[in-house]
Design a protein around this ligand. Sequence first.
Ligand code: M6R
Length: 610
Amino acid sequence: MCGIVGYIGDKDACEILVEGLKRLEYRGYDSAGVALLADSRIDVMKTPGKVARLEKMVSGPRPAKVGIGHTRWATHGEPNTVNAHPHTDCTGKIAIIHNGIIENHSALKTKLISLGHKFRSQTDTEVIAHLIEEFYSRTSNLEVAVRLALKDVDGTFGLVVMSASEPDILVAARRGSPLLIGLGDSENLIASDASALIRHTRDVIYLHDNEIAVISRKNVSLKNLDDEAIEREAEHLTFDLEQIEKGGFDHFMLKEINEQPETVLNAFRGRLIDDEGISKMGGLRDVEDKIANAKRFVILACGTSWHAALVGKYILEQYAKIPVEVDYASEFRYRNPVLLDGDIVWAISQSGETLDTLAALREARGKGAPVYGIVNVVGSTIARETDAGVYIHAGPEIGVASTKAFTSQLAVLNLINLLVARKRKTISLEQGREIVAEMHRLPEKIQKILDQTDQIEAIAEEFKESRNFLYLGRGVNFPVALEGALKLKEISYIHAEGYPAAEMKHGPIALIDENMPAVFIALGDSTYDKILSNIQEVRARKGNVIVIANEADGRLRELAKHIIEIPKTLDILSPILSVIPLQLLSYYMAVKRGCNVDQPRNLAKSVTVE
Ligand code: M6R
């Protein structure tokens, strides 16, 4: 999500860092900063906003030949100067840049404060700077101090540290966040992404999880976090800049679809209490009781976020037994809605800038309701204007068609459901534990679906000339049918409609013939037999049927032209899996029709107009 670059050599470090940060900016861009080491002191310069602003701030030749730089996509603490990276320890002699999330940062911070450390920011990263300082004061060795500090850390990191006391090295470490070292001639670089390096070198060493690297001008040594040396050959990069930015995928949308095992994990990270079968979310800590005692939730959103809200309604009503209204933000704001005492209004938005959603939440606040957010972009307007909220931590979503944000919104709605249901005692401890256990299994199950891409691509090839599509699902998977239809129309320009499967007989069935494919979501739940009857109705009219199923039985095999099997999970979590084949299907349909997948016609990523 964020971008990291580090340099040690004989050139102007600042210039190299800023140029590298510009290359990384597509990954996240709410603030940027550099730390430069010269004459045994570290100078930190940072600013909110784009790298261009940092560039102006640091302009002119600078003596430092060693430095680290960072472009931030906020996870903890709003995007401002203090929260921007690099972060330093109390003495200002140790500086760090970090990607990832430190799950136990609150506990570590409390401990470090009791030891006398003074904190400046709200970030989880600053905790590591102080932890390293603590170990450095005992060992006087940066590599050892970093290694010991990381033993105390839970969560993910790709980080680079430097110390004014050891000016000839950078120390880097990785767990879950990518880092690679660029090998130059009497200079070495480190970055989170090859795009920041390839102007200087194409010879690189990738750091693996739980490894630490000590990088000097002429040397790179690798160890694991247990202090055992590692030998690794350098690789020569051949791909171009555009390929690197898209992570080797042809489009950002495909990259983002493939990121979902990790983004769903990130939405859950540090928020599940396994033993107690409950969730905790920092942004809701102060309002947990208010949420649990609410009489009704009203959820406002647009587009894909509205589909997520609708899934939320099914989940929350079934488990937390709380009435839920879902409204299009654009309708809510103009229909003089009735809000009652005990209502809590939620706004869901990936961008946090959608004008209709913003106006609707202002309308709700004007009527005196508490408004909470479920947002991706930290520090966005909706995040700032809500009373409390949860970030979904999906990272920057660049493709106009929302994919990973949707599954992360569903993950967070499930966390809220778990919290409310356990607090209201509408589910037992055992049920809570079962949900938590299944949440942990989801990333692996998502990956299994992503491994079936070839089958989905072949289906797209067969149906790419169709002019119309129907998407049908029931219960919690009805909103997924809506989302599948939206994905198809927005990027492939094929007309598609989503319906609750049982509604078909009330009208849409008239459309069905051999030219009208129907995509069913027929998972092995209580509605399975009923959906089979709906599929029969389509087959009887010669319609082609594509089915998303768990394990297809004989009856289904007889009826469906194509069956895409997905792993079984709990009903309430199933939309997180069932939507993925639909995302892939629309992606490949669009590619095969020659459409501009990442920037479809007439659409904008963030709709800030009425
Ligand atoms: O940023 P938001 O979640 O508020 O955006 C809402 C919609 O504009 C958005 O989901 C839109 O429908 C997407 N293009 C769907 O892929």
